[in-house]
Design a protein around this ligand. Structure first.
Ligand SMILES: C[C@H]1O[C@@H](n2cnc3c(N)ncnc32)[C@H](O)[C@@H]1O
Ligand SMILES: [Zn+2]
Length: 441
């Protein structure tokens, strides 16, 4: 298949797809996806010819099929802020550059910023993400159009101000009811209290109660810096994880991002509550938070450890394959252990553990599951030779090895081509320029 041969109809979804001769990790060949987007069968002998049954046949003899990747912490529309403020101290970066600019955001910015982010994520094999930002109705529209899956939350920040709190409660309720009204299985709502240092205890309790009532996820930043831990102890006489627990914010529906400055007791607590943790190594290194997430303690405690990119202003891209290599390397470097976070576990972080955190199926290529599949081209330099596919995926593959991406059975990218990408790049550059000039007036 070459881009010239591609018929735009193949991107519409609702059709059966046969990935002819695509190899799975366990050595089976060929995957058949039905018109509802479900994996109907894996592994075909030469006497059975599903190409006669399927609406679309993808010639995939050079392809390795892996589960679609999951990014469990990002601020997608921050793609517009890529390169806007770098090499700064975290609190100054947020309060002097990012928040003043975000005050000028409008819904259209978030729509195009999220579309841009989706293009970038699809290019590195991501099918699902967990997003916390503003004007999330517009993010939902962007996600719907690109065909990805996402959990969307309004970034709730009240700084202890009762009036702000009421406004954030209304914004959260309205987003949740909007997303539920879409009735789209690919798009879910979550509650997004930004962090224990920006959200009051009353608001944290409200967020926990509302997430439980609505049976939706709670997405929060936790212990990214040492300073926020010190401030929390001073203000509340307890560490941030304990504070969140007292407010009811820790459960199996919680995704906590960063989690760098946790002590052993906190790791135990997160494990006991069944929290999902999102490790964000690139952002942590760039913002010099000075500690890596305690992977081993968290995993041993039973927490569900996953991976996120954070936003494009602290990363500065959304490439999950780059991120997963950073994760494996940072853990080894920081904890001075050559065996910590081996390739197989790193792959779980961006597939099955990520899917579990967001409630999007098993994150595996299995019959009966929604087809979330990435085809990696083995005929690229970074995939050659192929002694160990898992090793190549984690340590050598780049986004350039990602050839085809399928989400819920719908083809989002085929042979490196994503419909609508050109327009998105043009609009996003234009919108980003306008945003910055508005903020400078
Ligand atoms: C949802 C809110 O989170 C902010 N945000 C983006 N990156 C980080 C980070 N590393 N730490 C804390 N907050 C962050 C966004 O700028 C937005 O204001
Ligand atoms: Zn973040």
């Amino acid at each position: 298949m070459t881009p010239d041969d591609l018929d735009d109809d193949i991107f519409k979804g609702g059709m059966s797809v046969f990935l002819k001769d695509a190899k799975t990790a366990d050595g089976r060949s060929g995957i058949l996806i039905d018109e509802d987007g479900i994996i109907a069968a894996i592994g075909f002998k030469s006497d059975r010819k599903p190409e006669n049954e399927a609406d679309i046949v993808v010639e995939a003899s050079d392809m390795i099929a892996v589960p679609g990747f999951v990014n469990t912490h990002t601020h997608a529309a921050m793609s517009l802020l890529r390169g806007y403020a770098d090499d700064m101290h975290l609190q100054e970066w947020l309060s002097e550059k990012i928040w003043p600019l975000e005050a000028h955001l409008v819904a259209d910015d978030v729509y195009w910023g999220t579309k841009l982010a989706c293009m970038e994520m699809i290019r590195s094999g991501t099918v699902a993400f967990n997003d916390m930002y503003f004007f999330m109705e517009s993010a939902a529209k962007a996600v719907d159009e690109t065909g990805m899956k996402a959990v969307l939350s309004h970034g709730f920040i009240d700084f202890g101000d009762a009036e702000k709190r009421e406004k954030e409660i209304r914004a959260t309720e309205s987003l949740v009811s909007h997303i539920k009204s879409l009735n789209n299985p690919r798009i879910k709502a979550a509650v997004g209290p930004h962090a224990p240092y920006t959200v009051s205890k009353d608001a944290l309790k409200w967020c926990a109660g509302f997430a439980e009532e609505e049976e939706i996820l709670l997405h929060i930043h936790l212990s990214e810096t040492e300073q926020e831990v010190k401030d929390c102890i001073e203000a509340n006489k307890m560490r941030p994880s304990k504070l969140l627990d007292e407010c009811g914010c820790l459960s199996e529906r919680t995704v906590a991002a960063h989690c760098c400055w946790l002590n052993g007791e906190e790791c135990e607590l997160l494990g006991k509550r069944g929290v999902s943790v999102s490790h964000n190594p690139a952002s942590n290194m760039k913002l010099a938070v000075n500690r890596a997430m305690p992977y081993k303690e968290l995993r041993n405690s039973g927490a569900n450890v996953t991976l996120g990119t954070d936003g494009c202003s602290s990363n500065n891209n959304l490439d999950i394959l780059e991120e997963v290599k950073f994760a494996a390397l940072l853990q080894k470097f920081y904890w001075n252990s050559d065996t910590i976070l081996p390739a197989g576990e790193a792959l779980e972080m961006i597939t099955s553990s990520g899917a579990k955190a967001l409630g999007f199926g098993s994150g595996k290529i299995e019959e009966g599951q929604y087809a979330d599949i990435v085809l990696l081209d083995r005929k690229t330099p970074c995939m050659t030779p192929l002694y160990n596919p898992v090793s190549n995926i984690i340590y050598s593959a780049g986004a350039n090895a990602v050839n085809t991406v399928i989400c819920n059975g719908r083809i989002l990218m085929a042979d490196g081509y994503i419909p609508g990408e050109e327009e998105t790049l043009r609009k996003a550059s234009e919108i980003a320029g306008n945003l910055v000039s508005r903020s400078e007036k």
